[in-house]
Design a protein around this ligand. Structure first.
Ligand code: HEM
Ligand code: HEM
Length: 167
């Protein structure tokens, strides 16, 4: 099998794993109900976090667009290349959408539209995007595990543990 052992750059790996931590942190400190946003300090810190999260995604997207080269083996089927690309790009859109809809909720709340159809709709979009990202991340992790079972070095190109032994 023709094998090109791509290693993602240190910056590429750092952005990937720092983002995983940021996302987990975002989930842990999530808002339980919108009434919590009456606390102005909390509203401000949520907005600040969402702006940072969004800027981070945009920076990472631009960096990966310029520098990213998948570690998928050259003999991978075209359909698998396309599927991987769709999942990666959809993850960026869903994550950016979570931050943008979160900012939308915060802005509406700050402007006094605390109840009503509009804010409920934006919350619905926010939660829908969150469910979508959970599906995408699950598919992504399952695909990474699948590649580990194939010993094709895709796993080792990004994951720092349980690496394949280089032949
Ligand atoms: C990028 C940053 C953010 C992340 C990762 C995030 C994450 C989440 C998660 C995981 C949920 C629960 C979804 C579910 O159970 O289906 C949620 C709900 C919610 N978030 Fe965010 N969020 C972010 C930004 C914001 C911002 C900036 C605001 C507003 C200032 C906000 C307001 C809300 C509200 C009102 C809910 C619904 C709570 C309810 O069930 O009533 N979020 N968010
Ligand atoms: C919040 C969770 C995660 C997100 C949002 C995420 C997102 C991404 C994205 C967008 C890429 C494409 C490269 C890039 O743009 O940086 C990627 C690559 C990769 N990720 Fe993740 N990832 C997550 C968690 C994980 C986990 C837990 C694993 C493994 C246990 C993993 C394994 C990989 C591997 C092996 C690659 C390289 C794929 C290739 O070279 O084609 N990821 N990830």
């Amino acid at each position: 099998m023709s094998q090109e052992k791509v290693q993602h750059s240190l910056l590429g790996k750092s952005l990937h794993w720092f983002f995983v931590l940021l996302f987990v942190y975002g989930i842990f400190k999530q808002i339980e109900n919108k009434e919590q946003l009456n606390d102005l300090e909390l509203l401000r810190s949520e907005m600040f976090f969402a702006v940072f999260f969004l800027l981070f995604i945009v920076f990472r997207f631009i960096y990966m667009k310029r520098r990213y080269k998948t570690a998928l083996p050259l003999d991978t089927s075209k359909i698998q290349f396309i599927a991987a690309k769709i999942v990666h790009i959809s993850m960026y859109f869903a994550l950016a959408g979570i931050a943008i809809s979160g900012l939308g909720i915060g802005l509406l709340f700050w402007m006094g539209y605390k109840d009503g159809l509009l804010i409920e709709f934006v919350i619905w979009v926010h939660e829908l995007l969150f469910s979508t990202i959970l599906w995408l991340i699950s598919i992504h992790i399952l695909a990474a595990i699948y590649h580990r079972t194939q010993n094709d070095y895709v796993w080792s190109s990004m994951v720092p543990f349980l690496k394949e032994k280089v032949k």
